[in-house]
Ligand binder design. Structure first.
Ligand SMILES: C[S@@+](CC[C@H](N)C(=O)[O-])C[C@H]1O[C@@H](n2cnc3c(N)ncnc32)[C@H](O)[C@@H]1O
Length: 212
């Protein structure tokens, strides 16, 4: 079972209009992602939303396939891709579980703000591991909600209510950094770089390699 597309379809317009919450942290993340991307890489981004990050990274890889469960997210991303003439990006409505890609097709698989929203993280990581070529990379950014100490932590207690009224997705997993890193490692990856951007918000950035 995957997180239903309905919530994301409904929120796609709003998502497209929301500004990046912390521009400095976002740019720091992009810089670290770029540092690991081979210029000729064939990359997959799962849960790409409205394609903001895909467009930022298009010039840093050979080819980027970005997928999302939500048809509306992909429609908006496609409008942005056309406007930017980003010919090396392909956008597709597909899920991490249901897609046309063969095993070991990608030099890099990326997932930003995605894993904690998946209803079976271990299975998601197994699928990602399958899609990465031997020696290839998984690059992820995922919020570790168990470690939120600032004011928005209050929001965590409101999550059940927010889900009930359709203001939050059905699945939001509260992770610690240790749990997240442990799951990535358990899926068969070796973590080669990790940090939090921004540190305060416990948004965990991980670069992990599949054994070659
Ligand atoms: C919080 S948004 C993140 C979007 C984008 N990566 C970003 O960082 O702004 C999560 C995205 O994952 C997508 N999604 C959720 N479950 C999915 C699944 N199983 N397969 C593919 N996409 C999924 C949603 O439609 C949504 O666009």
């Amino acid at each position: 079972m995957v997180a239903p597309a309905k919530f994301w379809d409904k929120n796609a317009e709003k998502y497209a209009k929301s500004p990046v919450r912390d521009e400095e942290a976002y740019e720091a993340t992009l810089a670290r992602v770029r540092a690991h991307l081979p210029a000729d890489a064939v990359a997959l981004e799962v849960g790409c939303g409205t394609g903001t990050t895909a467009l930022k990274l298009a010039g840093d890889v050979g080819r980027l396939i970005s997928t999302d469960i939500s048809a509306r997210m992909i429609e908006i991303a496609e409008e942005k891709r056309l406007a930017a003439n980003a010919d090396n990006i392909e956008l597709r409505q597909a899920t991490l579980e249901d897609h046309p890609f063969e095993a070991e097709s990608f030099d890099v698989v990326m997932a930003f703000n995605f894993l904690h929203l998946h209803d079976d993280m271990a299975a998601a990581l197994r699928e990602i591991h399958k899609l990465v070529k031997p020696g290839g990379l998984f690059i992820s950014k995922t919020i570790c909600l168990k470690e939120w100490k600032s004011f928005p932590a209050l929001m965590i207690h409101l999550l059940p209510l927010m889900k009930l009224v359709g203001k939050a997705p059905d699945v939001v997993t509260k992770l610690s950094t240790e749990e997240l890193d442990g799951m990535i490692t358990a899926a068969g990856f070796e973590i080669i770089e990790a940090d939090h951007y921004p540190k305060k918000a416990r948004n965990r950035f991980v670069v992990a390699r599949k054994a070659g």
